[in-house]
Design a protein around this ligand. Structure first.
Ligand SMILES: O=C(O)C(=O)/C=C/C=C/O
Length: 486
């Protein structure tokens, strides 16, 4: 039986309240262990430790020293790769094949990418002419913002947590992380790595718990938190924004999506099918960037539907450690219930179920897991709730279209604006379409191909701000302009 403690000021601590909650594996609903729920007192300890660390050795470190430390953290994650892999797959149920190629490598890479960016990105400087002819010099100075609250999600727990902790620490801040209650393991394990690598105490802290009336709320409402970064549902983002408004704390948010995949008749069909199979079903559809709405140019529609159906029906479900498995369960029973309610709603709204739509017979212990069938629908009306609301499960709806104007309108007809995928071999058309889409990220003939130097974030209700590359610097630092008169 595992135990997941809070990590505060370099120490693993339980909770003064003695409150704990159970952590379960979604593969078979078995108990993984007990999690110590941080109360107001533990959150306050963590924030005070993070604030104090800014004045300690960490705050006095040079950029080069911080960069070296963070590169060591990345290397140590890779040295302890199997432990992180097992922990992540136990918490999420995702196939080890997936986590070994995405979650853990990126969990480490995020540290290296941002320490390099921050070390090499210049601040600005301007020489200014003045009436007395002597001139003046203006130059920019970036300083750490301070204590950053990191509220990270359960779908890519390590990756999405270090996507924020990496730049935050590279910029000289300290962090208090509140991982999802569904996935406490890798954030806790990273505490061990921070100690092993000599990251000063108080720089990285972890408090476990829930949102309202729990660690999440205590953290975002804490007056000594200087900024809040969050990945998760849009409605939760609104709650966090309200908390951040007290004391004018800055926020950076990546929220929900109802992302379109646009398939033209002149696409490379094999690529489009393979890419849509991944974008709609990888990670059991639990990726904010995933495709839940597919639009196919009419001449290709029937063939595309058949090819995607064939691909879905070849997905292999099973335990994470089975190397032949490429499809896992949803993250929890609660999320399974939510996704199944949408499966039911789809039929009520008039969908044709091309494949899936229910719960698979897994046999043996796995039947107790959070398994659902990967599902494809057609024939829903454009105003159906299934077309408007994010399911965040292994499902997509496919609709034919007849013109570029029509498909751009359909793709943009949503409150979200996170990502899109466009499949065509005509590069001029691909760019023409991409430039009309009201989203933060467009992939052309690809999906989830990630260059960490690029701007990353969503438009409309999919988020606020851009992280990635130098774009996060505006959030993770304060920029000061200094003017020297000669
Ligand atoms: O790839 C990334 O850096 C990233 O943030 C992925 C987000 C996925 C959300 O579900």
């Amino acid at each position: 039986m595992k135990e997941f403690k809070n990590f505060i000021n370099g120490q693993f601590v339980t909770s003064s309240s003695g409150k704990t909650f159970t952590n379960r594996c979604p593969v078979d609903n078995s108990v993984i262990g007990t999690v110590h729920e941080a109360g107001q007192q533990e959150v306050d300890m963590a924030v005070r430790a993070a604030k104090a660390a800014m004045k300690g050795p960490w705050g006095k470190m040079t950029q080069a020293q911080r960069t070296a430390l963070l590169n060591n953290v990345a290397d140590r994650i890779n040295e302890r790769f199997d432990e992180f892999l097992e922990a992540e797959c136990l918490d999420t149920g995702k196939p080890q094949k997936i986590a070994a190629h995405i979650d853990i490598p990126r969990g480490a890479a995020n540290f290296k990418a941002f320490s390099e960016t921050v070390a090499n990105h210049p601040t600005e400087a301007f020489h200014m002419d003045t009436p007395d002819g002597l001139g003046a010099l203006n130059y920019g100075q970036r300083t750490p913002k301070g204590v950053i609250a990191v509220i990270s999600p359960w779908n890519l727990p390590l990756l999405l947590m270090t996507w924020k902790v990496g730049p935050a620490l590279a910029c000289g801040n300290t962090v208090v992380v509140k991982p999802s209650e569904e996935t406490p393991a890798t954030a806790t394990l990273l505490g061990e790595v921070m100690n092993e690598c000599g990251v000063p105490e108080g720089v990285y802290n972890v408090v476990h718990g829930f949102g309202p009336d729990s660690a999440g709320a205590f953290l975002t409402e804490h007056k000594d938190v200087d900024a809040i970064t969050f990945t998760g549902e849009t409605r939760t983002g609104e709650i966090i924004m309200r908390a951040a408004s007290v004391g004018l704390r800055n926020i950076s948010m990546e929220c929900g999506g109802k992302n379109p995949g646009i398939v033209f008749a002149d696409c490379d069909l094999d690529k489009a099918v393979e890419g849509t199979l991944r974008s709609a079903f990888v990670n059991c559809g639990q990726v904010c960037l995933g495709t839940e709405r597919v639009y196919v140019e009419r001449p290709l529609f029937d063939e595309f539907v058949q090819r995607l159906k064939d691909g879905v029906e070849q997905l292999k479900m099973g335990r994470p450690e089975d190397p032949s498995v490429d499809f896992g369960p949803l993250v929890s029973q609660e999320h399974k219930d939510k996704v199944l309610s949408y499966y039911k709603l789809a039929v009520e709204e008039g969908a044709t179920v091309i494949t899936g739509g229910g719960v698979p017979e897994m046999g043996d212990a796995l039947n107790a897991g959070a398994w659902v069938e990967p599902t494809i629908w057609t024939d829903l009306p454009d105003d159906a709730r299934l077309i408007k609301e994010e399911v965040f499960g292994p499902c997509c709806h496919i609709r034919p279209f007849d013109s570029e104007d029509e498909v751009v309108h359909l793709a943009n007809d949503t409150n979200y604006g996170l990502s899109a995928a466009v499949w065509t071999e005509n590069s001029a058309k691909a760019s023409r379409i991409a430039e009309q889409l009201e989203v933060g990220l467009v992939w052309i003939n690809s999906w989830f191909l990630r260059d960490l130097r690029t701007a990353f974030g969503g438009a409309k209700e999919s988020g606020i701000g851009r992280e990635g590359g130098v774009h996060g610097l505006e959030f993770y630092t304060e920029t000061k302009n200094i003017c020297i008169k000669f």
